[in-house]
Design a protein around this ligand. Structure first.
Ligand code: CP
Length: 329
């Protein structure tokens, strides 16, 4: 592992460890701050695997998970992460909340704040909603995915998975394939992986590729076979049908033929290339079951495992200021 990939917090320039009050995106994080969060997460991977005695450093704190959009992995892992650290975790599902009665986002945020939450985790269907809420509350806010914008903890858990499985992030050729246009996962990953000096290729139909994507420091490909050449990591994304208005692809069958990851296609990548998917997967569309379930190549369940560790690290780091613990600035 290159030294730059694993720099201990003490060596961070100026002694600043993590000066941010919120985690609304990867944008705005410096490479050493991303690495700091990954390094912090490592201890929780080990502790979780060892079923270690609970570390209740968040005891007495109230964590509210406010989810205005569906989620399995992110919601559950934030809940598990908070509980493993001893926080009192409360989940607010929009479908059962007063949002359904017409309450505005800002009124909801002010209400959560009045309950003296110590940390709020938010998923919302609108890009920028989490940043807006962060300006209305007194506690740290973590973005659990907002519209097409960002999903920072997903990018962190993906980076941790790559670093652990490949030994490094710098220099890795990572192919992200699918609905790049509508994907907050793609956006956060492009930001994180380019910041950490990976070579990032993005691939998908022209209708699902943002204009001027090269400005993000990535290389676009329309042909998946070409993009896969020599890949170290292949990250597949689902079609975000819920964010599409109109037809962006002729049919899912044709999409699978051109952009589905099959065993034959994967053979174009390096022999030990890693297969990743943030979930939920649409088997038979962007990925076949034999690839998704490959015992050595697929890191999909490991991504889920890393999600708990990364979210424990983020909750810990972002509440350090309130707990009077060093390591936040
Ligand atoms: N990867 C991800 O965000 O999954 P969920 O929508 O299930 O949280």
């Amino acid at each position: 592992m290159p030294a730059s990939d694993h720099r201990p917090a003490a060596q961070i320039p100026g002694g600043a460890v993590f000066p941010h009050r919120h985690l609304t995106g990867i944008a705005g994080l410096k490479p050493h701050q991303i690495l700091f969060l990954l390094d912090e997460a490592e201890q929780w991977v080990d502790a979780n695997r060892a079923h270690a005695k609970p570390d209740k450093r968040l005891a007495g704190l109230t964590q509210i998970n406010a989810f205005f959009e569906n989620s399995t992995r992110t919601l559950l892992s934030f809940e598990i992460a908070g509980k493993r650290l001893g926080a009192d975790v409360v989940n607010m599902h929009a479908a059962q909340s007063s949002v359904k009665k017409g309450e505005t986002l800002i009124d909801t945020a002010v209400t959560l704040n009045a309950m003296r939450a110590d940390v709020i985790v938010i998923r919302h269907g609108s890009s920028g909603a989490v940043q807006l809420i962060a300006t209305k509350v007194d506690c740290p806010v973590l973005n659990a995915g907002d519209g097409w914008h960002e999903h920072p903890t997903q990018a962190l858990l993906d980076a941790l998975t790559i670093r652990r499985r490949r030994g490094s992030i710098a220099g890795q050729r990572v192919v992200i394939c699918g609905d790049i246009l509508h994907s907050r996962v793609a956006r956060s990953n492009m930001l994180a992986l380019t910041a950490l000096a990976a070579e990032v290729r993005v691939c998908g139909p022209a209708t699902l590729m943002p204009a001027a994507i090269e400005r993000m420091g990535v290389t676009p490909f329309a042909d998946f076979d070409t993009a896969l050449d020599g890949a170290d990591v292949v990250m597949m994304l689902r079609l975000q049908n819920e964010r599409m208005s109109g037809a962006f692809i002729p049919s899912t069958r044709e999409y699978h033929l051109r952009y589905g990851l099959t065993d034959e296609r994967l053979a174009r990548a390096k022999p030990d290339a890693l297969v990743m998917h943030p979930g939920p997967m649409n088997r038979g569309v962007e990925i076949t079951s034999s690839v998704a379930d490959h015992p050595e190549r697929s890191a999909i369940t490991e991504q889920v495992e890393m999600g708990v560790a990364v979210r424990m690290a983020c909750l810990d780091v972002l509440t350090r200021r309130a707990r009077g613990v060093e390591g936040w600035a």
